[in-house]
Design a protein around this ligand. Structure first.
Ligand code: ZN
Length: 288
């Protein structure tokens, strides 16, 4: 080996080792950057689906909070045949009600859903409880085998329905979590087993009071199916500590009701009456 070659090797070998080490480090840095990027993309997407809905209206926690619950959604269309679906009617009326309440000011509003998505029956009152709601209002529409049934009804919770028709209505609504006979709600059995007890009496009194105000405001503006407050074992109303009611706004299966529920004017009339009732309920609560 010549002296020149020896010198060249002495210089080149450390350089080659250095280059390999730098290359490995660069490779490692790229790997870890790629891994970090994947982590940042994946985790929030999982968390976001568990977020509670936003509360609209005054940023003052002392103001009353109503949670509006548009029935059904996503792959659960609710009642109705053909293009007219309960889930769309319920959402449109619920959004109109939210807007009317916010326009009037002084009341905070949150929605269990504000788009076409599936929410289980037990999640709905759970959202209201986690937000600390003062009132829970579920919006629905019904359908019957015959064209004859029409008009709206207001329901509160009871273990024993106020009539056989009320019990059938509750059975239909409580099936919302069941697809092809399989229950989607882990807690549906527990929810079904909840009995009215002493802790629910105060909430029940609130539910009855709010229900009476709904009937008072609806009467004369929106056709009524039942002129008195109805009660049924409705899973969605089973928050033990929040006054809750279900506003069944009309029958999709009736031509006149379907027209009313589908039209801008009909929906606004229903939303105005419901907003008036909610406002009256909170005014009464504040006065006591
Ligand atoms: Zn329904």
């Amino acid at each position: 080996m010549s002296r020149g070659l020896q010198l060249a090797l002495l210089l080149l070998v450390p350089l080659a080792i250095l280059a390999a080490a730098v290359g490995l480090q660069l490779f490692a840095a790229k790997r870890s950057a790629a891994q970090g990027y994947l982590v940042r993309l994946e985790l929030p997407a999982v968390d976001r689906t568990r977020d509670l809905p936003a509360i609209a209206g005054p940023q003052d926690a002392s103001r009353p909070l109503v949670v509006i619950d548009p029935g059904h959604g996503g792959f659960d269309p609710g009642a109705g045949v053909g293009p007219v679906k309960e889930k769309s009617i319920a959402l449109a009326i619920a959004l109109a009600l939210r807007d009317r309440l916010l326009e009037g000011g002084g009341i905070r509003v949150a929605m269990t859903r504000d788009d076409d998505r599936f929410v289980t029956l037990s999640e709905r009152p759970s959202i209201a409880r986690q937000l600390g709601a003062d009132l829970f209002v579920s919006i629905h529409a019904d359908s019957a085998e015959t064209d004859g049934a029409r008009g709206s009804s207001v329901y509160i919770l009871s273990e024993k329905g106020s009539s056989q028709e009320a019990a059938r209505f509750a059975a239909r609504e409580n099936r919302a979590d069941t697809v092809n006979g399989v229950s989607l709600s882990e807690t549906s059995d527990t929810v079904g087993a909840i009995l009215l007890d002493l802790s629910q009496r105060e909430a029940q009194a609130g539910s009855a009071g709010a229900g009476a105000l709904f009937l008072r405001e609806i009467r004369g503006k929106v056709p009524l199916h039942y002129d008195t407050l109805q009660s049924a074992s409705l899973a969605v109303l089973k928050a033990p500590d929040i006054p809750s009611l279900l506003f069944e706004t009309g029958y999709i299966s009736n031509v006149d009701d379907a027209q009313f529920l589908n039209g801008q004017q009909g929906r606004q009339t229903i939303a105005d009456a419901a907003a008036q009732a909610i406002r009256a309920y909170f005014a009464r609560q504040a006065g006591t």
